[in-house]
Design a protein around this ligand. Structure first.
Ligand SMILES: Cc1ncc(COP(=O)(O)O)c(C=O)c1O
Length: 391
């Protein structure tokens, strides 16, 4: 049986897969089993930020795999300690909890916010405000937090205590932010929601409102973090700090790792035994993530990401004059969305035939989240191909 047939027969059918079998990757290029090559403008959904099979990441994995892979969190390991201390050094945070995915990092953040107020003797403060169109993952609490009905269909009863608020609407948020609220949780750019960046004034006002009301502010940087938006964490673009932040995706460049970061005060919500996971922060994934963080946090690397993000946006925007079907081009850094009148999924299929991997979200938005090592020449080639495809 071939790969596609085996997959379709034996794997529960939750993904509408494009019928291609990838066998190899290097930098921004992927190869299928027929020998065709593709330039990857999705990076495994904003994951392979250093490119596929980056030699430094490969070496970190191989060396660690030959040394020590897993011992559990009942003991100490060097890579975990090194990664945690570098995350603390490079961020607003004082403490880290390691998980295995974005959804799990968000579960940890949700639990921390609730338990923080429990510890303070305020268990009635358990509500979390999240944004309409947000995406926070597929576990029960993360999907209850998610502001998109289609993600929740058929899973009732949901975890209670989540209320949704339109993004960039301060008045609505202020009305909802009463004494029953423990946290506001949001993305700086809604990735799955359609590449929708938050307004700078709004996010500052959210921080202020949370300070006034004693509410914890959680930034879900699972997609926007680790250099994707041109700064190490997207909130740096707005000069606003959260109390809690979640990371995953690019942190391991493809190895499954998530992290929840918190400032000293918020971290008080957890104590011995209050949360845990067998695999969180194994030596294997943390040694890979350490290499990734050291590389991406280099200011020159981040500047180059910002510059290439601008270049990509300019190239895509320049297509607007010729193609009225493009309604908008938006995003931050190398997380860019092109909103079309519709038919984004068809463009993805056509682009694949021309050797480009793109992604469609919300039916009408093309999302570009290439490896951060993408070149200007590769961006030029994409723009030329899109010009033809949009005819
Ligand atoms: C903002 C955001 N949060 C959480 C998640 C869930 O991450 P994971 O799929 O690793 O559970 C995603 C995944 O797309 C995401 O974009």
């Amino acid at each position: 049986m071939d790969t596609i047939k085996k997959t379709d027969t034996c794997i529960i059918n939750t993904y509408a897969r494009i019928p291609v079998v990838f066998v190899k990757g290097e930098g921004s290029t992927l190869w299928d089993d027929q020998g065709n090559s593709y330039t990857d403008f999705l990076a495994g959904i904003a994951v392979a930020s250093l490119g596929h099979c980056h030699p430094g990441v490969t070496k970190a994995i191989a060396d660690q795999a030959a040394t020590l892979v897993h011992v559990s969190n009942l003991y100490y390991t060097e890579p975990q300690a090194e990664l945690a201390s570098l995350l603390v050094e490079k961020s607003f945070a004082d403490k880290v909890f390691f998980a295995n995915s974005g959804a799990e990092a968000n579960e940890a953040a949700i639990k921390l916010a609730r338990r923080y107020f429990n510890e303070k003797g305020q268990p009635e403060r358990f509500k979390i405000i999240t944004m309409t169109q947000s995406f926070h993952g597929r576990t029960m609490a993360a999907l209850s937090a998610t502001g998109q009905d289609k993600i929740k269909e058929g899973f009732s009863p949901l975890v209670e205590g989540f209320v949704h608020c339109p993004l960039n609407d301060l008045e609505a948020l202020t009305t909802l932010a009463d004494d029953s609220v423990c946290a506001v949780m949001m993305e700086c750019v809604q990735g799955e929601g359609g590449v929708l960046p938050v307004n700078a004034d709004y996010i500052k006002a959210v921080r202020q409102l949370c300070d006034e009301k004693g509410i914890l502010l959680i930034f879900d940087e699972v997609q926007t973090g680790m250099g994707r938006c041109g700064t190490l964490f997207a909130h740096e673009l707005f000069d606003v700090k959260p109390d809690i932040m979640t990371l995953a995706k690019a942190l391991g460049n493809g190895l499954p790792i998530g992290a929840m970061l918190a400032n000293e005060e918020a971290a008080k919500g957890f104590s011995l035994g209050s949360h845990g996971t067998t695999f969180g922060g194994t030596p294997l994934v943390t040694s890979a993530a350490l290499y990734v963080l050291e590389t991406i946090s280099n200011p020159d690397f981040l500047k180059e990401t910002r510059d290439k993000g601008e270049y990509l946006k300019e190239k895509l925007t320049s297509l607007m004059a010729k193609h009225p079907s493009i309604k908008a081009v938006r995003g931050k850094g190398l997380l860019v969305g092109m909103e079309l009148e519709g038919g984004a999924a068809e463009i993805v299929v056509k682009a694949m035939k021309k050797g480009f991997i793109l992604n469609a979200i919300q039916g009408k938005v093309l999302r570009f989240a290439p490896p951060l090592v993408i070149t200007r020449a590769e961006i030029d080639a994409l723009a030329t191909a899109l010009d033809g495809l949009l005819e």
